[in-house]
Design a protein around this ligand. Structure first.
Ligand SMILES: [Zn+2]
Length: 297
């Protein structure tokens, strides 16, 4: 936004140029208080993406330290794209510094990034493999509703309502006792109530195995078989379902499903719908759960 304002001031002159010039002068004359000025806030932010960036006012207002201009791309848009790439790269490198445990939010994201980045691993000078972040987004630009897409992103970034992370915290009031449940406060309550199975309530359990989500799962598999037939894919996401239907699903199954779906926008759409439907099934099932279901005695 600020880069675009300065660019507009340089191109169109007028009052905007006078205002920006004054703001830069304020920064230059503020001494120790410089960091509290508009430009003082702006520079550290932009320099995270363009380290050499600065604004000059003499002999005329101009920006320095910019990358070579791209044809038909305004500088504001160029900055937004570059900032996104730089942030995404920083996020991945930070994530890779320490592997999160399975009760942490970033667990699935870490596994996805590790798997994708790992494929591009190069050895450093000492022969140790070094992590190379992926330059592109995990998923292509969505063609489904933005809310549906966001819901899927929340699920894969560990922000969904799953007890592996939140230990059923949203239900501590409505289901007193679940917080200190003697069978574990991270288990899937549906599988416990219906079959007395103690399974960690996770995204992969919900999407692959939990009976609560069997309806959405059936629809998703049907949609996958249609989409895969059209797309002529060698390894289909359906194989992931087929492989783990006789065993307990693992987080790596979900990671594999995401990686197989991510390149085809139709599969991504179906995956996003699946997440939304699975979550709403869980919400409905949670509403029906009573204290007596959990503590029959
Ligand atoms: Zn379950």
């Amino acid at each position: 936004m600020a880069v675009r304002a300065i660019d507009d001031a340089i191109k169109h002159w007028g009052l905007l140029k006078k205002a920006i010039t004054q703001l830069v002068l304020n920064f230059q004359m503020a001494g120790r208080q410089a960091k509290n000025t508009w430009v003082g806030h702006l520079l550290p932010c932009i320099r995270k993406t363009w380290p050499q960036f600065r604004v000059l006012v003499a002999p005329t207002l101009e920006m320095r330290g910019l990358p070579p201009p791209l044809p038909d791309v305004k500088i504001g848009r160029q900055y937004t794209s570059a900032a996104w790439v730089a942030n995404w790269r920083r996020r991945q490198l930070k994530l890779m510094k320490r592997a999160p445990c399975s009760s942490q939010q970033d667990f699935i994201l870490y596994k996805i990034i590790f798997k994708l980045g790992h494929l591009e691993t190069n050895a450093d000078n000492e022969g140790h493999p070094s992590f190379k972040p992926i330059p592109e987004a995990i998923f292509p630009t969505p063609t489904i509703g933005i809310e549906t897409f966001r819901c899927m992103l929340r699920v894969f970034s560990g922000m969904g309502d799953f007890a592996r992370v939140n230990a059923h915290r949203p239900r501590w009031q409505s289901l007193p006792g679940v917080r200190d449940f003697k069978h574990g406060n991270r288990i899937c309550l549906f599988c416990w109530v219906h079959a007395k199975h103690r399974i960690v309530d996770s995204e992969w359990h919900a999407l692959f195995a939990c009976p609560t989500c069997s309806g959405p799962r059936r629809r998703f598999r049907l949609a996958l078989s249609d989409a895969c037939r059209r797309a002529d894919i060698v390894e289909t996401p359906l194989a992931v379902f087929d492989e783990q239907q006789w065993r307990i699903p693992f987080s790596c199954d979900l990671v594999r499903l995401v990686i197989l779906c991510r390149k085809d926008y139709r599969l991504v759409d179906e995956l996003a719908r699946f997440c939304v439907e699975a979550l709403s099934c869980r919400q409905r099932a949670f509403k029906k759960l009573t204290v007596r279901d959990l503590f029959p005695d």
